[in-house]
Write a protein that binds this ligand. Structure first.
Ligand SMILES: Cc1cc2nc3c(=O)[nH]c(=O)nc-3n(C[C@H](O)[C@H](O)[C@H](O)COP(=O)(O)OP(=O)(O)OC[C@H]3O[C@@H](n4cnc5c(N)ncnc54)[C@H](O)[C@@H]3O)c2cc1C
Length: 488
């Protein structure tokens, strides 16, 4: 039997189970601390491969292993599912909410890795018609929308509607937009080839559109042009200097550099144009005298990734704003490793917050796949494009995927897709396409109604409470009838 220490151990709370959060929790494996990892999703998400879930290559399980199971053997970690609604830097507590249960978790050290969401630059209504690609829900919804568009085109008898259904618009020509546009084109040309009777899927238009003047601007002109040419050779239309001014059910309105506005009729639109940090960034900055957030809501952290006046509160990953550190997986991983190193040093009495060495980012480069066997990659001044870059991309993504089983099944899926022309994850359901919007609407409506009545915002619980109340009322008014109703 183990003997419990009389003094409670140092308690580290980690918010988020993405690259930053998971790295932080794992880095504390051998430390004399208790860790509570709180995240609003049950999985660790490998976002760089979301586009492959959206286009039917990988299943969601392959890129989103269950966090609790990943950390099962690390006995000093407790995983809590919950949406963090408050962080109190005076009392050092984190409040999280699951359904209508609130949990308050105290901390000695805090690592906040809550990431970022899609930004519609103040036009949040675009989201209904042009979902982003940040979550598993997003990717599955997009898969439903992409394949659903081909299905509808097969059925309609109107040529205009067929054209609209077969026009796919990806907004944002960064790595995500490039990868998604390339994959929609390959899906149409290879996987769906010969599968329809009334349409030829390769007749579809895939448009990659951006307000900027280049494809993949952060990767430089040369690589951007290479990616652009490759996409164009696959039939993808690249429209640059094109600003989206409106998105609706039927399509998009686009303003070109010359100021002219035009319409693109399109059923399937995808938004990959901007990011907005988690609102937790603002919540933290407001409590720390002198800490600010940048335009995207990221916390402008101190050189040791903490908040001013709070050397025990670290912000890492997409939520932190540090000059020269891009919103990429490596930024989150390295930030989390740095923060936990300081926490560990503190446990040994070797950390003097006033004398901490600043966080230094080591740039391991960036890459994007354009099509099968073709990618662009950049490591410092070194640039690669084509097959070798694609092989590097393949190796790197396998290395960072979590879990041996996932690596194995991913290799199999890639063989099937890249060497053959099939894709193993082409199932779509009505729920994928409509559930998120329906749930958002239902939740908003019910939350407002129930809040007005001072009741729970959980729809299932609300239905249960309503049924119980009706039963109780019937019992009181007509006990015999209620009894016979209960009997069947
Ligand atoms: C489509 C796509 C493709 C990408 N491709 C690449 C690539 O090729 N290479 C690369 O290096 N980077 C890529 N990135 C960026 C990379 O994925 C991010 O930089 C990285 O995930 C950031 O890690 P993070 O831990 O800060 O945040 P995330 O990984 O986003 O994790 C955030 C975590 O916080 C949780 N969370 C958020 N809010 C709350 C809350 N209120 N309460 C509780 N939990 C909360 C979430 O559930 C999640 O677990 C891509 C991103 C996307 C979206």
């Amino acid at each position: 039997m183990g003997i419990k220490s009389a003094k409670p151990r140092h308690h580290v709370v980690v918010i988020g189970s993405g690259f930053g959060g998971l790295t932080a929790a794992r880095a504390l494996k051998k430390s004399d601390v208790d860790v509570t990892l709180i995240a609003k999703t049950t999985h660790h998400l490998f976002q760089p491969l979301l586009y492959q879930v959206a286009t039917g290559i990988l299943s969601e399980g392959e890129i989103a292993p269950y966090t609790r199971v990943i950390l099962r053997k690390q006995k000093n970690v407790e995983v809590l599912l919950g949406d963090v609604t408050d962080i109190d830097l005076t009392n050092n507590t984190v409040t999280s909410k699951l359904i209508d249960m609130n949990t308050v978790t105290p901390f000695d050290s805090l690592v906040v890795a809550a990431g970022a969401q899609q930004s519609y630059f103040g036009n949040d209504h675009f989201a209904t018609f042009a979902p982003g690609m940040k979550t598993i829900d997003d990717a599955l919804e997009l898969r439903g929308r992409i394949l659903g568009a081909f299905e509808a085109a097969e059925v309609t008898t109107s040529q205009a509607e067929r054209d609209r259904r077969l026009t796919f618009v990806v907004v944002g020509a960064g790595p995500t937009g490039v990868e998604l546009a390339g994959q929609i084109a390959e899906l149409a040309d290879r996987t769906l080839d010969g599968a329809f009777r009334n349409i030829d899927p390769s007749d579809c238009r895939v448009i990659l559109l951006d307000a900027a003047a280049a494809v993949l601007p952060p990767m430089g002109e040369k690589l951007g042009l290479k990616a652009q040419r490759r996409l164009e050779s696959m039939g993808v239309e690249i429209q640059l200097n094109a600003m989206v001014t409106d998105v609706d059910y039927m399509g998009l309105t686009v303003k070109d550099k010359d100021g002219n506005e035009r319409r693109i009729e399109s059923a399937c639109k995808v938004w990959s144009a901007g990011v907005q940090a988690s609102p937790l960034g603002k919540l933290l900055a407001e409590q720390s005298d002198g800490t600010t957030t940048d335009r995207a809501g990221r916390v402008v952290v101190e050189p040791d990734l903490t908040l001013k006046g709070h050397p025990n509160v670290f912000v890492v990953g997409d939520l932190m704003s540090v000059q020269g550190v891009p919103g990429m997986a490596q930024g989150a991983i390295q930030g989390a490793k740095y923060a936990t190193k300081l926490i560990k040093a503190g446990l040994e009495g070797k950390d003097d917050p006033a004398a901490r060495k600043p966080f230094k980012y080591f740039d391991k480069g960036s890459m994007a796949t354009v099509s099968r066997f073709n990618a662009v990659a950049q490591v410092g001044k070194f640039e690669m494009a084509g097959f070798i870059a694609w092989l590097s991309w393949l190796a790197l993504h396998l290395f960072y995927l979590v879990g041996y089983k996932n690596r194995f099944t991913t290799i199999v899926a890639w063989f099937i897709t890249f060497l053959g022309r099939n894709r193993g994850q082409m199932a779509i359901t009505g729920q994928m396409v409509y559930a998120r919007t329906a749930m958002e609407k239902l939740n908003q409506k019910q939350a407002a109604e129930l809040a007005a009545q001072g009741q729970t915002a959980d729809p299932e619980k609300a239905d249960y409470d309503k049924a119980q109340a009706e039963k109780a009322a019937l019992n009181k008014a007509e006990p015999e009838k209620a009894e016979s109703k209960a009997a069947g």
